[in-house]
Design a protein. Structure first.
Length: 62
């Protein structure tokens, strides 16, 4: 698969699941722990998706 720079998320950094799907050019979603990953310069930002759709950034996952 061709990829123009950046990183490829193959497993969830939050729970380790491989059920990670791409939902946008720079966005991924883990179907196991329901976090959204945004690819930014230098790494990933992870957001927990609350039941009401609110995104809460996770800072302490590493
Ligand atoms: Zn996960």
């Amino acid at each position: 698969m061709a990829k123009t720079g950046g990183i490829i998320v193959q497993s969830c950094p939050n729970c380790g699941s491989r059920e990670v799907g791409r939902i946008g050019s720079d966005h991924y979603y883990c179907h196991d722990c329901c976090v959204e990953m945004s690819e930014l310069e230098g790494g990933l930002v992870i957001h927990q998706v609350e039941e009401d759709g609110t995104l809460v950034q996770i800072d302490d996952w590493s």
